[in-house]
Ligand binder design. Structure first.
Ligand code: ACO
Length: 326
């Protein structure tokens, strides 16, 4: 077994900013409602022909640059997204071409938990000795699946991408300690895009019913999110003989600042051990954790030897956590 260390991080946020005040002109909402209920002030929107693979490639290139590893040394690309460029091929294949790599490439579909799922897949390849460098990317163009007439969902999400390069190491004192993934398919329709798949293929009727837009039962999701994020964090810490007091930084999926605050309260985590950037980007789904991680690194919030916990929750339902020694 080898160690799997994060050797580089990167992110890409589109330039266009959509503020809560801009949204007040699109749906019946208010800056005050959005800020109080979610903590979001603004989000980024891709537009201008920028799509998921473009943002993913930009974030991946930055991760390779900070790691000092060129594209020809990458063995595998695992890309988490639910807003692929096309139904198929996998967006990871398009990214492979855009960055000039020869690596095997595939997508992971686990909604907002996508990055934690993808990271855990990469971890297994590296620890088993099957790959030396794996690009793990979370990238989303949510603006393309949002119903801009539905105030329950369109105010919550944004576009962007984040990436890490996971590298094999013989130093097992650093890197991913372990990961834990969970799924509850009985709630698969709680957060979903019903149309455009085999169940409701694209038709005039599916378009009229707006089935190709994201649907979410927000209230139900909230409760499950708090419980699953808290329990998965507690489990992974216990399994590795740590307590929350040992943690230096917690990067939760950025879905709602009230969810993040509730989880932090249950875990008795002080503010300074919590990373939150939801006010600037909203929920960028699979991209939220790698974007936050890249920002945390840039802000000097992670020092060698620090204990980092990342955890996410999303459609599927899926949730999970990774414990990392920086
Ligand atoms: N502006 C103004 N009012 C609104 C808006 C809005 N944008 N959206 C909803 N409301 C109204 C509702 O219509 C409702 O009005 P009513 O009482 O007259 O019916 C009222 O506000 C309260 O609505 P609730 O749904 O109860 O509001 P809540 O406090 O639960 O907040 C929210 C809603 C923000 C969606 C919250 O439930 C949430 O964050 N849920 C979790 C989302 C999440 O974590 N998703 C997981 C990841 S997503 C993924 O995987 C793709």
């Amino acid at each position: 077994m080898y160690g799997a260390i994060i050797s580089g991080t990167g992110s890409y946020l589109p330039e266009k900013i959509l503020t809560n005040h801009d949204l007040e002109k699109i749906v019946e909402t208010s800056d005050e409602w959005i800020k109080t209920r979610t903590g979001i002030s603004e989000r980024r929107i891709a537009g201008n022909g920028i799509i998921t693979s473009d943002m993913a490639a930009a974030a991946a290139q930055q991760a390779m640059l900070t790691a000092g590893v060129s594209a020809d040394k990458v063995d595998l690309i695992v890309l988490a997204t639910v807003t692929p460029d096309m139904v198929f091929p996998a967006t990871a294949c398009i990214v492979q071409h855009k960055i000039g790599a020869r690596a095997a490439a595939f997508d992971v579909n686990a909604a907002c938990s996508g990055f934690v799922y993808a990271l855990s897949v990469a971890e297994q390849y590296i620890k088993a000795g099957s790959a030396k460098n794996v690009l793990v990317i979370g990238a989303e163009t949510y603006s393309t699946i949002l119903d801009w007439t539905d105030r329950n969902t369109c105010v919550l999400f944004g576009d962007g991408a984040g990436a890490v390069l996971l590298t094999q190491s013989t130093d097992k004192s650093r890197g991913i300690i372990s990961s834990r993934l969970y799924t509850d398919g009985s709630m698969s329709e709680t957060i979903c895009v019903p149309g455009g798949g085999a169940k409701y293929p694209c038709s005039l009727e599916s378009i009229e019913k707006r089935l190709h837009y994201m649907k979410m039962k927000g209230n139900e999701t909230f409760k499950v999110a708090v419980r699953s994020l808290t329990e998965s964090a507690q489990t992974i810490l216990q399994e590795n003989n740590y307590t929350t007091a040992d943690l230096d930084l917690f990067i939760p999926h950025q879905a709602n600042s009230r969810i993040i605050q509730s989880v932090a309260n249950y875990l008795s985590l002080p503010e300074e051990k919590l990373f939150c950037n939801i006010d600037k980007y909203g929920n960028t789904s699979a991209a939220s954790i790698p974007i936050a991680l890249d920002e945390a690194v840039a802000a000097g919030r992670l020092k060698p030897g620090n204990l980092l916990l990342v955890s996410a929750f999303g459609g599927g339902l899926t949730w999970g956590a990774s414990l990392i020694r920086w």
